[in-house]
Design a protein around this ligand. Structure first.
Ligand code: 5GP
Length: 197
């Protein structure tokens, strides 16, 4: 098991409805030492890529993205969730359905902060059905930028997002891929990966 899988086993809680709670170290309280390990690992996995910006989505992607960005020495832009339909003109907009909150949000990024010269690493905490990622990819495409890669802390491999995004040809790196979890026993199983040590 790698460092993140070990931490998920120790402090993650499996909830009904295929939800993994990781509030103890990722989604509420944030373990910055763990985030640094993630930053180092993403730096290795995306070595040689020409990355000049990190894009994430509020709220729980922001903390991880900021620490990862320090390893790439680049700024972070986060997509803001907005319920308002009257959004001013200079924004890229995508529709994102929330897996955990079961609602639709528009996410927006100012045109000031993303453009055709940007080579973007997308970072997020979780990958489930891939809706959040599809929204972020759409925003980079609208800007005329390039998605250089996608880094995820925890992918739920039994949901469709990972397969869909990999089939689109993106380099998607997930530090822990959960293959199955059982709310009644709390058991969590991971997909074997050789790239993390
Ligand atoms: P997707 O759009 O891929 O279906 O879901 C990704 C988003 O939903 C992530 O940004 C994350 O905030 C949230 N999410 C999805 N599954 C889980 C889960 O099992 N636990 C937690 N804490 N968040 C999740």
């Amino acid at each position: 098991m790698n460092f993140l899988e070990e931490r998920i086993c120790r402090d993650g809680v499996v909830k009904e409805g295929n939800v993994l709670k990781v509030d103890q170290f990722l989604n509420h309280q944030m373990d910055t030492a763990l985030f640094k390990q993630m930053g180092e690992e993403f730096q290795k996995r995306f070595a040689g890529k020409n990355i000049n910006k990190i894009l994430t989505i509020e709220a729980s992607g922001i903390g991880i993205a900021c620490v990862v960005a320090m390893y790439f020495d680049v700024p972070v832009v986060f997509a803001k969730k907005s319920k308002s339909i009257n959004i001013e003109g200079d924004m890229y907009i995508a529709e994102v359905e929330s897996f955990t909150h079961k609602c639709k949000n528009q996410v927006i990024v100012s045109k000031k902060y993303l453009g055709p010269d940007d080579h973007v690493l997308i970072i997020d905490d979780f990958l489930a059905n891939g809706c959040a990622l599809q929204g972020l990819i759409s925003i980079v495409n609208q800007a005329g930028g390039t998605v250089e890669g996608i880094g995820i802390a925890i992918e739920k491999g039994f949901q469709s997002g990972g397969r869909v995004i990999r089939n689109l040809g993106y380099q998607l790196e997930s530090l822990a891929i959960v293959e199955g979890m059982d709310a009644s026993t709390g058991a969590i199983t991971f997909r074997e990966q050789n790239t993390c040590n």
